[in-house]
Design a protein around this ligand. Structure first.
Ligand SMILES: [Zn+2]
Length: 286
């Protein structure tokens, strides 16, 4: 993959794209391959979205040779940036584009999650709309599964449609091993070391609901994404579940032994039943 990238990039020096992605504020963008840009299939429908489409495309691919005034040049330049963004949203969902964005993600080019408990987990760009000029780009943390505003105003004004609403989900579908374990560490407010009553009650309630959910998922054999034994609650839940199962087993044994007792076979089975069942036998007889 990487060899392919370096080859095609070094064979062709892309002045405009080089300039564009190295410009301040454009750090979120990756370089779109020449090959991708010249495949008309990838550009379907964009000619009606962008003013002076062909000139803009010529500029992006460094074949622009129109003799025009500065004003016109500026208009085409603006169109080229818009066109690049729109193609970018499609490109980063392609195999090549995903690889390039993955490299940037690993280098934390999109910043790190500001949430303390996320331990500087790298962020991914996210569009809240696929339609241009509606919502600026936001950042997504896969660890806390929340979204954030970019720190820099340069980044905060980039159109979210240049990244799209699906990119981060596609990335994790293609690279499922990159999905981080769910964050369970939570901030608990305290006053001089004592938990604040209302907040603590809420956390307990939320934890019990989450416990129920995880138990249900486990029964359905659905992976919840939580690391095993990551919190104490999990163990508590398991204990509870075991108790439930034990109680049921005891009841079954009681009935079984009662039947056997009536049949006069208790002495023979007595040595084989475990301690818990032995207690049950006592209860059953009494
Ligand atoms: Zn986070």
């Amino acid at each position: 993959m990487d060899d392919y990238g370096t080859e095609s990039d070094s064979d062709y020096t892309s002045y405009w794209r080089d300039w564009f992605i190295s410009s301040r504020g454009n750090e979120y963008f990756c370089e779109i391959d020449e090959e991708y840009l010249t495949d008309r299939f990838n550009l379907t429908g964009l000619n009606t979205e962008v003013q002076y489409y062909q000139y803009a495309m010529d500029l992006i691919t460094d074949v622009f040779d129109l003799d025009c005034d500065d004003e016109m040049r500026e208009t085409i330049e603006k169109s080229a940036r818009h066109l690049y963004g729109l193609v970018h949203a499609r490109y980063i969902a392609s195999t090549r584009g995903l690889t390039k964005m993955l490299e940037k993600y690993k280098k934390a080019d999109f910043g790190k999650c500001p949430r303390v408990m996320c331990n500087s987990h790298p962020l991914l760009p996210l569009g809240l709309s696929d339609i241009p000029n509606l919502k600026p780009v936001k950042l997504y943390c896969a660890r806390c599964e929340d979204t954030y505003n970019p720190k820099s105003s340069r980044h905060a004004s980039i159109d979210g449609a240049y990244f799209g609403t699906s990119f981060h989900s596609i990335l994790f579908q293609v690279y499922p091993t990159l999905v981080p374990a769910k964050s369970q560490e939570r901030y608990v407010p305290r006053v001089y070391g004592f938990k604040v009553h209302a907040a603590a009650a809420l956390v307990r309630w939320q934890n019990s609901v989450r416990g129920d959910m995880r138990r249900r998922l486990r029964k359905m054999e659905v992976d919840s994404g939580f690391k095993d034994g990551e919190d104490d609650l999990e163990d508590e839940d398991e204990d509870e579940e075991e108790i439930d199962e034990e109680e049921e087993l005891q009841m079954q044994l009681q009935q079984h032994q009662l039947v056997e007792y009536r049949g006069g076979a208790t002495a023979a089975t007595g040595a084989l039943v475990p301690v818990a069942a032995g207690d049950a036998q006592m209860g059953g007889v009494a």
